[in-house]
Design a protein around this ligand. Structure first.
Ligand SMILES: [Zn+2]
Length: 241
């Protein structure tokens, strides 16, 4: 604990074998951690912290206002990822770092640690989008494999992309592509989209025969399809940035 002209700055020191430079981290509780490479003296640490006082104060203020006010969604980091497709909620813990390096990792208990420079919110958003895509890659590929096997409809390849608006597509060359945003939809809608694209293996258009076949694969396909536009709003705004 350091005291300085009435304002007290508490911080924790973490020695890191991997760190090359001194750096600061501030989490959403405004707790400050100094990451210290091996061989750095106490004096150097103090000098470093002194040089970062302004940054610390500014970043803590940002976190304070971020938690107090309800800012427009597109300007803030989400607190959770509601991945309804897999019935999972991930809790997002943002950590501000003083370097231009951002990183993301999933801990046990579905906690996502995302570190980013506080002025570069989009860094964190981009990492979260990549994480969703990575999870989609695993889940959607498995789901396609399962449903392909069940209905004997085998695409040549499956690709997962973060597309603007299309949920999925099937090309004449046999590529089934799916949108990573599907991770935010309830499982029955994800199944609808996957079966819709698999049905295109037999019928490349949206003819009555196509719908008949899709209804055979999934009896409530039409009613799910009608409700699809309502569940679209479950995809968070930041996924579209
Ligand atoms: Zn279609």
């Amino acid at each position: 604990m350091e005291s300085n002209g009435g304002t007290r700055h508490e911080y924790e020191i973490r020695i890191s074998k991997r760190a090359k430079y001194l750096r600061l981290q501030i989490n959403e509780l405004q707790q400050v951690t100094v990451v210290v490479p091996l061989g750095v003296s106490r004096h150097q640490i103090n000098q470093f912290i002194d040089s970062k006082r302004e940054w610390i104060a500014l970043t803590q203020k940002k976190f304070a206002s971020h938690t107090r006010e309800q800012k427009p969604l597109q300007f803030s980091i989400p607190t959770t990822l509601e991945l309804q497709a897999v019935n999972k909620t991930l809790t997002v813990c943002p950590i501000a770092v003083s370097t231009h390096v951002s990183s993301i990792k999933i801990l046990d208990d579905n906690i996502v640690l995302v570190s980013y420079p506080p002025d570069e919110m989009q860094f964190a958003i981009n990492l979260l989008k990549k994480l969703v895509k990575r999870l989609a890659q695993v889940h959607l590929t498995e789901l396609v494999a399962k449903l392909s096997e069940k209905h004997q409809l085998h695409p040549e390849r499956v690709i997962i992309r973060t597309q603007k608006s299309k949920w999925g597509s099937y090309s004449t060359t046999g590529t089934l592509s799916l949108n990573s945003k599907l991770m935010f939809l309830p499982a029955e809608f994800v199944e609808l989209i996957v079966l819709h694209e698999l049905a295109h293996i037999k019928h490349l258009n949206h003819s009555p025969q196509f719908w008949e076949f899709l209804t055979y694969l999934l009896p409530n396909a039409r009613s799910l399809n009608r409700n699809l536009k309502h569940v679209s709003s479950l995809v968070p705004v930041w996924m579209h940035t």
